[in-house]
Design a protein around this ligand. Structure first.
Ligand code: NDP
Length: 246
């Protein structure tokens, strides 16, 4: 069977999403770069890839808004005629004592990190089910597996992504759609900006490979999972984390 070709990467303006969009474009995929607030960074990636003659598009959408997600998927179909692969990567984090989390914090966390996965996945499945092919990768976190102190709402959202992945993999298997979850360890992106050097050193020392991960480490894992080499893998949680969680 021919390779799946067209991929939407949510939250591709920075960090893991940016590295994933960059790698997949260089590997010959048609890539749609989604961003929400970071237009400058998204445009810079888009221009870099386009100037190399690679097949890319860019689309601004807040993935926690149903109507914006629908318009984005319509755009993908209009541009490439299909959407074969969805990478649900967009996310936010927040450190807060559980007793201080407000209703607004909670809703923002769940809507951005979990409801967005529901919206994007439901919308792309409309196209994948009829074709009986497709792959979806959900970016969760080790904290969704083991829980993070002072990040209860983040951990809950990411655990929800793992549960959604497993349930949907069972439901979509007969339609030949593979759905897997990546749970990165500590990865050097802007998401770590709230950590001081001391805290980063402690995280590094607690990682058996003695280093933090790079966005490319996660992009490489995505590349494998979306390829034909991973056709028999579905419903799995794969954790590139340097041995931090074993
Ligand atoms: P960054 O903060 O570097 O990037 C986050 C990306 O998500 C940005 O491109 C941002 O786009 C996008 N985003 C946030 N909210 C929305 C929204 N409402 N709509 C569309 N896009 C949005 O973080 P990372 O690259 O580190 O994180 C990527 C994913 O990896 C997240 O899901 C995160 O939880 C997960 N992860 C990260 C780990 C780490 O250590 N870094 C560890 C485990 C998991 P914009 O700026 O344009 O709004």
């Amino acid at each position: 069977m021919a390779s799946l070709k067209t991929v939407l990467v949510t939250g591709a303006s920075k960090g893991i999403g940016q590295a994933t969009a960059d790698l997949l474009a260089h590997e010959g995929y048609n890539v749609i770069i989604n961003f929400n607030k970071s237009e400058k960074e998204a445009l810079s990636l888009y221009n870099k890839l386009k100037n190399k003659g690679l097949s890319v598009r860019i689309y601004k959408a807040n993935v926690s808004k149903k109507n914006e997600v629908k318009d984005m998927i319509d755009f993908c179909i209009k541009e490439f005629g299909t959407i074969d692969i969805l990478i649900n990567n967009a996310g936010i984090s927040q450190e807060k004592l559980f007793v201080d989390i407000t209703d607004e914090d909670w809703d923002n966390m769940i809507n951005t990190n979990l409801k967005s996965v529901f919206y994007c996945t439901q919308e792309v499945l409309k196209h994948m089910i009829s074709k009986k092919r497709g792959k979806i990768i959900n970016i969760s976190s080790i904290w969704g597996m083991i829980g993070a102190s002072c990040e209860a709402h983040y951990s809950a959202a990411k655990a929800g992504v793992i549960g959604l992945t497993k349930a949907l993999a069972k439901e979509m298997g007969p339609s030949n759609i593979q759905i897997n979850c990546i749970t990165p360890g500590v990865i050097q992106t802007g998401m770590l900006d709230s950590y001081n050097q001391n805290e980063l050193n402690v995280l590094r020392e607690n990682t058996p490979l003695m280093k933090l991960g790079s966005p490319k480490d996660i992009a490489n894992c995505v590349l494998f999972l979306v390829s034909n080499r991973a056709d028999f893998i579905t419903g799995q949680v794969i954790s590139p984390n340097g041995g931090f969680v074993v």
